[in-house]
Ligand binder design. Sequence first.
Ligand code: NAP
Length: 274
Amino acid sequence: MLKPLMEGKKGLIMGLANDKSIAWGIAQALNEHGAQLAISYQNEALEKRVKPLAAQLDKEPLLLQCDVSDSASVESCFKKLADEWGKIDFLVHAIAFSDRNQLRGRTIDTTRDNFAMTMNISCFSFLEACKYASPLMADGGAVVTLTYMGSERVLPNYNIMGVAKAALEAAVRYAAMDMGEQGVRVNAISAGPVKTLAASGIGDFRKMLHWNALNSALERNITPEEVGYAALGLLSDCGTGITGEVLHVDSGYHIQGMLRMKNIDRDVEVLTEG
Ligand code: NAP
């Protein structure tokens, strides 16, 4: 193995729901490289799911409750982190939410309430987490959030989440400027589709996975572990010159301008089979 890249570094991971979560892929890569983790969970029900995962890490993690729809909860989470550790070296934000009934159909039918909630949980929460992390990173550090290509291009059923991810990517650039002065780097990883709890809310997600595997440059889907190692690169001293960036970890799907010719017949069949 490489020399541990995160030895002596501490940080918070937000958005670990279960062992399928992208956040778990990131937690494992950081753990493998010696990081000390704090993990936040939304509520008590989720604490039960997070505890068995926490037990698999080499260094016992700090578990903190944090519902990002409630600013008091976010403030209290970071206060506890400050009381325990005084400072952190990294922050991972892997949180998004929208009404699953609106992750299908037309984007223009999104309700005002769901628009506000989606932006609040999927984008504002990132800015607010950066705000509270900032004093804990006075000597520098690194932040990573998770986005998806639906921010750049229209993808079926991704709908208002695509709009929220576009805002999130802009927020990454603004936060990178704000926090750059204190030596904090802020980046996003644009992951290819992964079968997780959150993704299961997106209409026809199974077909999306199939389509990506057929038509990406590497002709396969990515794994949470691969996102984990990319995050490790951005959060460790391997990434010291990178900030404000959106790094695609998607088997190269985003570079394609057209389907692979050899797949066109098969893709047409998949779509017409329904
Ligand atoms: P996941 O395992 O379901 O994780 C989503 C996390 O967001 C869950 O831990 C969820 O907690 C949390 N969350 C939602 N509302 C919250 C709130 N109010 N307070 C605190 N936490 C809240 O799904 P995932 O796919 O790994 O998602 C992680 C990130 O990756 C998201 O930003 C997602 O958009 C992004 N991403 C996913 C894919 C993909 O294909 N899976 C691709 C690109 C980017 P609950 O379980 O309590 O809701």
